[in-house]
Design a protein around this ligand. Structure first.
Ligand code: AMP
Length: 415
């Protein structure tokens, strides 16, 4: 089957076409055949398109909204110009998988989209006001452009974490607030943590129920997940993605009293404070330079920039703190696994996070760590290391495509 995978942001659309079906999944032979990224939708959009194995095509054209963006994508996919093998008309797109950020307690698995599911996703908007509306725009546009004959599936970022026990997901605030408003930890990046766990299981050649690992998705957004007996047991993001690790522009954990304090001291409104916490904190806020880890590492090395070093040290320290907390919470783990733009590409950050974990029996193999470059996976600890560390490039899109096939064929599964 040719599955179109769509990930809509507020002014962007990422897409991939993945060839997969139940047999290909079983053999691990499903693959991406094309991908693209459309940004600055709403004005002169910047478009990057790529057929697998060929150079990227870049162009800029005005795109009014998500519907026009999707229309553009569909036209390109079926055009002779893209030359996609076996895709000549819209009928050759067999199903669409959508990334949906928040599924709250309602959606604990990927699901075929119908009117009722759309209403459910709408109900979750108050929990993800920046993300779910964009996801819905993509869903509505795809339904309209492809018609009712093409099944659409929603894959939720929160779903993987639905197995967390109450002891992990409840905040220690009055219980009625959970009852009344469902204020609790939901967690995000679930599709990524789930993919990493799935690949780890293959690498370690063990059953799903034997997977006891801590996954670290370190990109511009960052989260950690304690996976115990194959299920998400705890995760660092909370009601929203603001909680937890230090990220590119989000600070993660902090005293909530800071919000009130800022309001009084700086006369800021809630919106202004949340803009600071979401967009001007984290690596950017600490360094005063950038949210880009590559640039921070270069500043630190070339100019011995104190604030760049501080930002990186706090980033690594927070990640280590979570690893320690999860090792205690899940009573030990077999491995920690790095993923995301930083986790997959930076041997330096992996080394700095691992430094200090010797206490838990982690012995880094520096050579192996330095050898892992972009897109590669592998073990980075010594064979005798009690706590192992791996790098596993994440692939959320592949999992969305696979879930789409499984939902269409009516054989859904957790992972
Ligand atoms: P993502 O959101 O997963 O695309 O990750 C983006 C982050 O990965 C940015 O902070 C990048 O600076 C970082 N990144 C990408 N390549 C490298 C690298 N070689 N070394 C350090 N950080 C990197």
């Amino acid at each position: 089957m040719n599955i179109l995978v769509i990930n809509c942001g507020s002014s962007s659309v990422k897409f991939q076409i993945i060839k997969t079906d139940l047999e290909l999944i079983e053999k691990n032979q499903d693959k991406r055949i094309a991908s693209g990224y459309l940004e600055r939708i709403g004005s002169q959009a910047l478009i990057t398109l790529q057929v697998e194995g060929q150079p990227k095509i870049k162009q800029a054209i005005p795109l009014r909204d998500h519907r026009s963006a999707l229309d553009f994508i569909l036209r390109w996919i079926i055009s002779p110009e893209s030359k996609l093998n076996g895709i000549n008309s819209l009928a050759d797109i067999h199903a669409v998988g959508h990334r949906v950020v928040h599924g709250a307690e309602k959606f604990t698995m990927s699901t075929l989209i119908n009117d009722e599911v759309i209403e459910g996703i709408e109900d979750c908007i108050e929990l993800a006001p920046l993300h779910n509306p964009a996801n819905l725009k993509g869903i509505n546009a795809a339904r309209e452009l492809l018609g009712p004959g093409v099944p659409q599936v929603a894959v939720f970022d929160t779903a993987f974490h639905s197995t967390m026990p109450e002891t992990s997901y409840l905040y220690a605030i009055p219980y009625q607030l959970y009852r009344r408003h469902k204020i609790r930890k939901y967690g995000f990046h679930g599709t990524s943590h789930r993919y990493i766990a799935y690949r780890y299981r293959q690498l370690a050649n063990i059953e799903r129920e034997k997977v006891n690992i801590i996954t670290l998705h370190l990109g511009n957004g960052c989260s950690a997940c304690a996976i115990k007996n194959g299920d998400s047991f705890d995760t660092s993001m909370g009601l929203t993605p603001l909680e937890g690790l230090v990220m590119g522009t989000r600070g993660g954990d902090m005293d909530p009293a800071i919000i009130e304090f800022l309001h009084h001291k700086e006369g800021m409104t809630m919106n202004e404070i949340y803009a600071i916490l979401n967009k001007q904190s984290g690596l950017l806020g600490l360094s005063g330079l950038t949210n880009d880890m590559r640039d921070l590492l270069a500043e630190e090395k070339e100019h011995e920039d104190r604030r760049a070093r501080l930002a990186v040290d706090i980033f690594c320290g927070r990640a280590r703190k979570y690893i320690g907390a999860y090792l205690a919470g899940m009573q030990g783990a077999d491995a920690i696994v790095f993923a995301g733009g930083i986790g997959e590409n930076s041997s330096e950050i992996r080394k700095r996070i691992c430094k200090g974990l010797e206490f838990f029996g982690l012995e880094l193999d520096e050579k192996a760590n330095n050898k892992i470059v972009a897109g590669k996976e592998g073990l980075i600890t010594k064979p005798e290391s009690k706590l192992k560390a791996y790098v596993i490039p994440t692939n959320e899109e592949l999992l969305i495509a696979r879930d789409t096939v499984r939902c269409v064929k009516n054989v859904p599964r957790r992972w």
